[in-house]
Design a protein around this ligand. Structure first.
Ligand code: NAD
Length: 348
């Protein structure tokens, strides 16, 4: 494969994937297509922007004629599709934005690839990156496997479930070559501070309240973003055509325990007396349709492709917190302007 299109490469996970592909595969031409919404930030990939095998393209995947022309011009061999509206809270206030980007945008990409590949799928691959939230909520027991029935509860997860179905349907209907992964919650550097871990790191630094939904008993599995990027690399190159893999960290935490752990580490880092940051916890009205528990069985990717997380949660959190403390400028830039007014609306 020579020409690879990565969508959403200015976002959180996409930036790690673009960096990995540009650095690991100098023989590939990597194109990063991103609309630079509030979540897209070219600062996330400033370190690789001058690499000879890297090109940034600003554009919207909802714009089908633009996509068709881009595919026609560059004749991509592979696509890694990460562009999405990704924040559940935003999907509750504006579901249509999620339908447009996540559903229509994905179908536009499938069509653009299908049009240039003309049924000649040798050496071609469309990789759709998705979430474990499509499976809905677990009770206290059990894990999501690749055969768990879809049961999405939020407009975000419904839009991702729909896009997953379209990708599979193109595989069945047209023999279109795809792989699909469903991953648990990621954390790490360059994470936009509307999501739990970076939001709370930022708020602790600024001595602002830590808004915990409901009783804080919601449970999530957490994976360090660079380990996700390694898994994506593996699945793109070695994953079976027309197959799905679950990716997870084997690392479940109740929100409230995670928040208390963050408070403890941050007190140490900031030289505050232990117990200072915990005082910032403030329980807020629950999110509607909130899923109780997500947990991933990642044994298939482990057995078939030999992938497992390389860092423990303690190591990953340490790296993440250090990164935020050392990159105050990045944090200040993304928490000003549009983000600041959104934040006020949500939490004040
Ligand atoms: P993100 O919100 O940080 O980044 C999304 C990127 O997509 C941004 O750069 C944004 O500018 C771009 N984008 C949005 N709409 C676009 C459009 N119409 N056209 C072109 N670009 C557009 O998201 P993320 O957290 O990096 O997630 C990336 C992917 O991984 C998503 O598909 C998400 O569903 C999936 N995922 C995320 C997580 C997680 O924990 N963050 C877990 C599992 C799966």
């Amino acid at each position: 494969m020579k020409k690879i299109l990565i969508t959403g490469g200015a976002g959180f996970i996409g930036s790690h994937v673009v960096r990995r592909f540009v650095n690991q595969y100098p023989e590939y031409q990597i194109f990063n297509l991103d609309a630079l919404t509030y979540a897209g930030n070219l600062e996330n990939i400033a370190d690789i922007e001058k690499e000879p095998n890297y090109t940034f393209v600003k554009g919207d995947i909802v714009d089908a004629p633009f996509l068709d022309a881009l595919f026609e011009e560059h004749q991509f061999d592979g696509v890694l599709h990460l562009a999405a509206e990704s924040h559940v809270d935003r999907s509750i206030t504006d579901p249509m934005a999620f339908v447009k980007t996540n559903v229509i945008g994905t179908v536009n990409l499938l069509n653009a690839a299908k049009a240039i590949w003309h049924g000649n799928y040798e050496g071609k691959r469309f990789y759709h990156i998705s979430t474990d939230e499509v499976y809905g909520s677990l009770g206290a027991e059990g894990l999501f496997t690749e055969t768990t029935a879809y049961d999405p509860n939020s407009p975000y997860s419904a839009s991702k479930a729909s896009s997953d179905h379209f990708v599979r349907a193109y595989g069945e209907t047209y023999g279109f070559p795809y792989v699909l992964t469903n991953c648990s919650n990621n954390y790490g550097p360059f994470h936009f501070p509307e999501k739990l871990i970076p939001l709370f790191i930022n708020n602790i630094i600024q001595n602002k309240p830590l808004p915990v939904y409901g009783d804080g008993k919601y449970t999530r599995d957490w994976l360090f973003v660079e380990d996700h990027a390694v898994a994506i690399d593996l699945v793109f190159h070695k994953g079976k055509n027309h197959d799905t893999y679950n990716i997870g960290g084997f690392n479940e935490w109740q929100n409230i325990d995670l928040v208390k752990l963050l408070c403890k580490i941050m007190d140490e880092k900031l030289g505050r007396t232990e117990g200072t940051s915990v005082e910032l916890i403030s329980y807020v009205k629950d999110r509607p349709g909130h899923d109780l528990r997500y947990a991933i069985d990642a044994n298939k990717i482990n057995k078939e492709l030999g992938w497992k997380p390389s860092v423990t949660f303690e190591q990953g959190l340490e790296r993440t917190i250090n990164w935020y403390l050392e990159n105050e400028n990045w944090l200040n830039n993304v928490t000003s302007g549009a983000y600041a007014s959104y934040y006020e609306k949500q939490y004040s």
